[in-house]
Design a protein around this ligand. Sequence first.
Ligand SMILES: [Zn+2]
Length: 164
Amino acid sequence: MDGGRCKGVVMSFNRDQLPDPQEYYENTAGLTLMGRGPWRTTRCEFHGGSDSMRINLKSGGFMCMSCGEKGGDVLAYEMQSTGAEFIDAAKALNAWTDDGKPSSYKPSPVSARTMLEVVSFEVQIVALMGADLSKGIAISEVDKSRLFEAVSRITRVAEALHHA
Ligand SMILES: [Zn+2]
């Protein structure tokens, strides 16, 4: 006892202990990550889309191109997908330790840069099809609908940026 004040064990959030994004999304969240490079594609559990979720393996950030659900790290994903409060989500990810420091967590916002990276992915699709068209190569109905989808996705990101 110290002057009548009882000192309990302080538990707090330790960002360094968050799981590796790939390991978290594949093993804990049970997603199949498709594609190559830092951005992977997977299904969106928030609205039920099959391939609209983009996940960044480095930051753990995620963004759904259809419903717009997004967050900057795996903790944000855990909280949003399970509805858990920050402390419970941090515990579930073993990122809750008694290092004695006061705990605080601000969800990492999705940066404008992140959103632009996602847009550039969609733009590549548009550009590829545009190149085919300019060479007189007809694009299929499937490609055409993918093209319109890419355009509407870019529009949605632009809206998200506007609100960011
Ligand atoms: Zn979604």
